[in-house]
Design a binder for this molecule. Sequence first.
Ligand SMILES: NC(=O)c1ccc[n+]([C@@H]2O[C@H](COP(=O)([O-])OP(=O)(O)OC[C@H]3O[C@@H](n4cnc5c(N)ncnc54)[C@H](OP(=O)(O)O)[C@@H]3O)[C@@H](O)[C@H]2O)c1
Length: 268
Amino acid sequence: MKKRTALITGASSGIGYELSKCFAAEEYNLILVARREDRLSELKNYINEEFNVQAEYIVKDLSKPESANELHAETIEILKKSHLEKIDVLINNAGVGDLAEFRDSSLEKLETMVNLNILSLTKLSRLFIDDICSSEDGALINIASTAAFQALPCMAVYAATKSYVLSFTEAIAEEIKSQQLQTKIICICPGITESEFQVRADMESLKIDRKLVASSAEVAEYTVKSLKKGKKTTAVHGLMNKIGTLLPRILPRGSVSKLSHQIMKKIV
Ligand SMILES: NC(=O)c1ccc[n+]([C@@H]2O[C@H](COP(=O)([O-])OP(=O)(O)OC[C@H]3O[C@@H](n4cnc5c(N)ncnc54)[C@H](OP(=O)(O)O)[C@@H]3O)[C@@H](O)[C@H]2O)c1
């Protein structure tokens, strides 16, 4: 079988790192993207040794508005050099959060979050979508969050960026379906997951029930399963998370924000 190629952003830790191993096991060649070169280089070597695929990496700060275009151009160069045809699967996984009330939040962090979680994800989706749609096994996988389903006081901008990812992915999935294309457009919504996310988002002090925390490997495996099933556009990981994302559809919007605020105040 012809090997497909996947580009994974945020491959240097957490969910993206585990996704890279899962996709290598599924015989995808890989282009790994993040900022920490030492981590990417180690992962590339590991994948090249352990799996029968080709892994390459590109170091890129995707919070810069020009980065998506640069990454697209550098990817084309790598594909040419490696005799690989195109990107069949794009996984927009890189993302950051910030735990703070809006009036206490840093403007710099907000800009980074919006540029990374929304702008780069959108631009990369647009830059690669034609290749993805022309692939027999094409897929666009965007990593959102259960935070996408309701307003989240204390993480207002993060949750709003993830609502964007969910709305954007569902809309383009419908467009692609109506064009009779087989391309899979999937939005994965993890709940709280063990990774470096909490440290980066100043969330280490949160009092979270460990039973509700998934591992990055579990979320990565769930992503591969969702891709293979290919039925649902929106895939929420975990039963409790699935139930949690149903509540905002039943309750009045005002009560949902109030309830999320109360929960956040309890755990912060
Ligand atoms: N962990 C959770 O509880 C949770 C829950 C729901 C959704 N998610 C989502 O899952 C995705 C993956 O997060 P994670 O939990 O695996 O966290 P993580 O361990 O912090 O991984 C984030 C990845 O994104 C990369 N990244 C961060 N800033 C970047 C930038 N400016 N440019 C390029 N790459 C950047 C990081 O690599 P470098 O630092 O090397 O660049 C890292 O590889 C995110 O979109 C997050 O919102 C996480």
